[in-house]
Design a protein around this ligand. Structure first.
Ligand code: UDX
Length: 441
């Protein structure tokens, strides 16, 4: 099939390489010429396991093309995906400027019957607005073309995006016509080897499914963070409680890890958009608002552990940060808890020595660009030198079982604040470490 994907961010680019890997011809369209130049050379603008290899392979086999022209990119395609960003506006709503600008252009240039699919996370009702806008453009062109719209939300996770796209738990298709459902099924069929996992429904429910899924996952995390905090008060251990409750099939072991709060692009943005959507309809989402508040509080709660130990004035203190990205296996720092923690420590006079396997360039060039008193190191052990404490913020694999005697050699004081509960408290106590974790006193 010939497919166009507009937007080469996480979702668009991953979808493009995966569809092309399955033998489709994919045109990727973006307005960022620098990005396109890199992509054409097979250089991915983001770090994502497996992405670069598939990118190079499918460019070579002439399944994957890049252009900045919507007109050229969509002209011979049967399916056009919209995968541009929907960032958070100051009032919490999803900013749809990029979506509508792309849609206008589709309406201006589309020349034959096609499916227009919303892959971007959009407020409920947007897919129908897209159809209206395209029809306005078509009537201006006096063109009698039937354009069907489909909602096909994406559930991939950063860090395992290719794997998630290639082996999806389910494909949600929200559409109005049998033809649309069958075209979408045809496109996705190669991703299911044994049995398909299509879930078909109406457009509005499909758009809502994406928000509900993210809200549910964020709720699990905030719930566990709240349980962790009460565990500390009563002397219980959240790690035991997690295993205890996860064994109940109705609860399950996934997504119940307490930590320093969720970050990334999706949860904070989609939760805010959902709350705003409710407010616009005169409905206050009580539970989801609390999920957001607990998440904000969690970062402060972790910071307070450090301040309670060292005091408000952190001048003459050096802290080593392990992990800057919002989660492992990505260089993405958007809404990473590390940004908040580092800024608060520096504000109090502390010096930071930081290490992350992939996100240091992002930190230096964007997210911590204006922060003084931060140094970056190529080795996690070098970053420990003269440190008053090690603060672990992202659970990269290489932090899981470090050489603790080396840590002791480098640190000035044997103190670890673990925001991801990676270590065994008993072992660390034996090694004379002062160990602070989440959900255990
Ligand atoms: C999420 C959804 O999982 C995905 O389906 C959607 O398409 C986009 O948003 P992503 O943001 O890439 O994906 O990462 P995810 O693995 O879900 O983690 C989100 C945040 O939650 C991270 O900050 C992570 O550290 C945190 N988290 C996750 C926890 O604190 N505890 C957990 O048990 C799981």
């Amino acid at each position: 099939m010939k497919v166009a994907i507009i937007g080469t961010g996480y979702v668009g680019l991953v979808a493009a390489v995966c569809f092309s890997e399955m033998g489709n011809t994919v045109n990727c369209i973006d307005i960022d010429i620098n990005k396109l130049t890199k992509l054409q050379k097979g250089i991915s603008p983001i770090y994502e396991p497996g992405l670069n290899e598939l990118l190079i392979k499918n460019i070579k086999s002439k399944n994957l093309f890049f252009t900045d022209s919507i007109k050229n990119g969509i002209c011979d395609c049967e399916v056009v995906f919209i995968a541009v960003g929907t960032p958070m506006d100051s009032d919490g709503s999803a900013n749809l400027d990029a979506v509508f600008s792309v849609v206008k252009s589709i309406g201006k240039h589309i020349i034959h019957k096609s499916l227009v699919v919303t892959k971007s996370t959009v407020p409920v009702g947007t897919t129908y607005k897209i159809k209206e806008l395209i029809n306005v453009e078509l009537s201006l062109r006096k063109l009698d073309l039937e354009i069907d719209v489909v909602s096909n939300p994406e559930f991939l996770k950063e860090g395992s995006a290719i794997e998630d796209f290639m082996k999806p738990d389910r494909i949600i298709i929200g559409a109005d016509t049998i033809d649309s459902f069958s075209k979408m099924k045809q496109l996705y069929a190669p991703f299911f080897r044994t049995h398909d996992r299509f879930i078909t429904m109406d457009v509005l429910s499909s758009e809502m499914t994406k928000y509900a899924a993210n809200a549910m996952l964020a709720t699990k995390i905030s719930f566990m963070n709240e349980m962790a905090n009460i565990c500390e008060k009563v002397g219980a251990d959240i790690n035991n409680v997690r295993i205890g409750i996860g064994s109940d099939k109705r609860i399950g072991y996934h997504f119940i890890y307490p930590g320093v709060g969720y970050g990334g692009t999706c949860f904070p943005k989609d939760i805010a958009a959902l709350i705003k959507l409710g407010n616009d309809k005169g409905f206050h989402l009580q539970l989801i608002s609390a999920v957001n508040e607990v998440n904000e509080q969690q970062k402060i709660y972790f910071l307070e552990k450090i301040i309670n130990r060292f005091g408000e004035n952190l001048e003459d203190h050096i802290f080593t940060i392990w992990g800057l990205s919002f989660k492992p296996e990505t260089d993405d720092m958007r809404d990473s808890p590390a940004i908040y923690i580092i800024n608060e420590l520096v504000k109090r006079g502390a010096k930071i020595r930081a290490y992350d396997p992939k996100a240091m360039k992002e930190a230096q060039e964007f997210y911590l660009k204006n922060v003084n008193n931060i140094e970056y190191f190529d080795s996690k052990y070098e970053a420990l030198q003269r440190g008053d404490a090690l603060i672990l913020l992202t659970e990269w694999k290489e932090f899981r079982s470090p050489d603790f005697s080396e840590i002791k050699k480098q640190l000035k004081r044997y103190i670890i604040f673990d925001g991801r509960n990676q270590y065994n408290a008993f072992d660390l106590k034996e090694m004379e470490f002062e160990y602070y974790q989440i959900g255990k006193k």
